[in-house]
Ligand binder design. Sequence first.
Ligand SMILES: Nc1ncnc2c1ncn2[C@@H]1O[C@H](COP(=O)(O)OP(=O)(O)OP(=O)(O)O)[C@@H](O)[C@H]1O
Ligand SMILES: [Mg+2]
Length: 102
Amino acid sequence: MRQIRITRFSTAISEIARNTVTHGGGGMMELAHEAFDGRRWLTATFTDSGAGIADIEQAMSDGFSTAKSLGLGLGGAKRLADAFEIESTPQGTTVKLACRLT
Ligand SMILES: Nc1ncnc2c1ncn2[C@@H]1O[C@H](COP(=O)(O)OP(=O)(O)OP(=O)(O)O)[C@@H](O)[C@H]1O
Ligand SMILES: [Mg+2]
């Protein structure tokens, strides 16, 4: 149901926003409507210019945190959003989340 997907998406957005601020040193978020794969989507793209994530697979796993926190943000956001992409280099991190609208 669309309303449930949007609620889940909102929680995913808040986790990635928190990462952008606490790990990425701040950044930008762009919200957009997009069409791909024959559907309409609400997307949220976060970019920062922080030091990046050395091992993305490790960072995605539940319980891994370099900040002595729960380490559930990235994995949780991936499960809550309908689509999830992450790219990270020593120059910064980009995370794109998508919520399926149609
Ligand atoms: N934007 C980012 N820039 C640099 N490192 C990041 C970024 N986002 C996540 N990370 C790294 O990935 C790890 C895992 O992120 P995740 O959100 O899963 O856990 P957390 O933020 O440490 O804890 P929690 O979100 O559960 O409070 C972080 O501890 C951090 O090392
Ligand atoms: Mg986090």
